[in-house]
Write a protein that binds this ligand. Structure first.
Ligand code: 4AD
Ligand code: MG
Length: 462
């Protein structure tokens, strides 16, 4: 008999018919006449109640039906008398696929802490919480493609192994096939990378932007969506060593076009989740964050504040607040500063623009004042920076001068500079940290809980 997914069972037309359901047992309870099993197959946060009448099933038959075991049940779907569910299956037949020894199965009890579940990352997708998070994550990924595809952007696949450091922060994971215990050396004693796989030093990319600019100056508007890697030793609730980033890049966009797109884009994603993930969002709201929907709707229905960095600094200085990191024009903003502006001062998302050039990457368009660049960071409640972007420096000489000023090796950059040598155009782009978006939409507070297998310092077990 054909299996019906639990998510589809709740449609009214199935009532009264015979169904076949398959899944994992969440709980089993009951008495000596009847046993109730809460069955989940991952298709929805809702469990299906399966009722075993003990005149039809023996204790022996039901013994392996414990939390975590996997079963197939055929039975009649009927309206339920019980509280909290609309229908239930009255089991006629039972097949056990796999048992889960109650003395060994780690998710035996309900209500484990998120910290405990991080240690069980291989099994936590089977919990209601992580099922909800992972379904929302999947829906958001789909929404992102839908948004850009419907706008005529092309999905560009940029390389994961690269020879250049886009953000210039030097926090890259080296990729090599050289034997680490017997490195080949040149005459002057340095490592001989001509013997390495690519004949030069390479690393995992921190951003697809530079290659994205090649795409945008050919196809007009592109976006990337892929993993990026940063070897920063940051153990914060907002940093991962491996995270996913979406990077649109658009020819003929100035910074205002860029801000408009960024705002429309995040609002679209939030709206999509509210429209399509309501059961999961409601579950997370009930269990973790009662204000979740209110916050999502608030962001959806309010214009983002747009403010130059310099004015932001003035507001922070005038606030009279004691920050852990003191504020002065020229400092990179910490999340405490970003969150003050967003959560306390403006009480809505803020797009901060025109940062000091010293704290931003080499490729940003230089302003006429000689000290700021056309950067734009989108700052969110609870999260801080969710998007970083800019208009790009389109002028060959200015870009070259900045590259030389920062001692960025030209041998890594000649191909990038060619975009400015041949048919340069004004253009802009930004990067959205996917996990930070998932954090915001799920209301979770630790980034390790919104990616299936988080990579952080000293953590690559699963
Ligand atoms: O601000 P970032 O470093 O900007 C770039 O990489 C540009 N190349 C983007 C562009 O203009 N195309 O990173 C962009 C976003 C941040 O705003 C943040 O949301 C996220 O990526 N991000 C991280 N997310 C998780 N863990 C980390 N270690 C992150 N670093 C940045
Ligand atoms: Mg940034």
């Amino acid at each position: 008999m054909k299996r019906t997914k639990i998510v589809d069972i709740f449609a009214p037309e199935h009532i009264g018919s015979e169904v076949c359901v398959k899944g994992w047992v969440r709980t089993r309870r009951g008495n000596k006449n009847v046993q109730f099993v809460a069955l989940n197959d991952g298709s929805t946060v809702r469990n299906l109640q399966v009722v075993f009448d003990l005149t039809k099933f023996s204790d022996e038959q039901l013994k392996p039906v414990t939390t975590g075991s996997s079963i197939c049940v055929i039975g009649k779907l009927v309206e339920s008398m019980g509280k909290g569910q609309t229908c239930e299956v009255q089991a006629d037949s039972l097949e056990i696929y796999g048992t889960a020894d109650p003395n060994e199965y780690p998710l035996q009890k309900k209500g484990h802490t998120l910290e405990f579940l991080r240690e069980k990352a291989h099994l936590r997708p089977r919990t209601a919480t992580f099922g909800a998070i992972l379904r929302i994550r999947s829906a958001l990924a789909f929404a992102i493609h839908k948004f850009f595809q419907e706008k005529g952007f092309f999905y560009l696949h940029t390389p994961l192994i690269t020879g250049s450091d886009c953000e210039g922060a030097g926090a890259m994971f080296q990729v090599t096939t050289l034997p680490l215990d017997k490195l080949p050396k040149t005459d002057d004693g340095s490592i001989d990378y001509s013997k390495d796989f690519f004949g030069k030093p390479t690393a995992l990319t921190v951003s697809g932007q530079l290659e994205g600019e090649l795409g945008a100056t050919a196809l007009g508007a592109i976006y990337t969506f892929g993993p990026t890697f940063r070897a920063e030793n940051s153990n914060t609730p907002r940093h991962l060593a491996e995270f996913w980033m979406i990077e649109p890049e658009m020819a003929f966009y100035d910074i205002t076009d860029n801000m408009d797109l960024a705002e429309e884009f995040v609002k679209y994603c939030i709206g999509y989740a509210l429209d399509n993930c309501r059961d999961d969002i409601n579950f997370l709201m009930e269990h973790f964050d009662a204000k979740l929907v209110e916050r999502l709707e608030f962001v959806l229905h309010n214009d983002f504040v747009r403010l130059p960095y310099t004015e932001g600094i003035e507001i922070l200085k005038a606030s009279g607040k004691k920050f852990e990191f003191p504020v002065e024009w020229g400092v990179d903003l910490q999340s405490e500063h970003e969150r003050f502006l967003v959560e306390e001062h403006f009480k809505r998302p803020v797009i901060l623009t025109d940062y000091p050039k010293e704290i931003k990457a080499f490729y940003m368009k230089q302003n006429d004042d000689g000290r700021t660049v056309r950067a734009m960071d989108v700052l969110f409640p609870m999260i801080g920076e969710i998007i970083g972007g800019s208009e790009r420096e389109a002028d060959y000489d200015k870009l070259l001068a900045r590259i030389e000023e920062l001692n960025i090796p030209m041998k890594d950059m000649w191909w990038y500079l060619d975009t400015r040598r041949f048919g340069t155009v004004p253009h802009s782009g930004f990067g959205l940290g996917f996990e930070r978006l998932v954090l915001f939409v799920t209301g979770m507070t630790n980034i390790r809980d919104v990616i299936p297998f988080p990579r952080t310092p000293n953590n690559a077990e699963f």
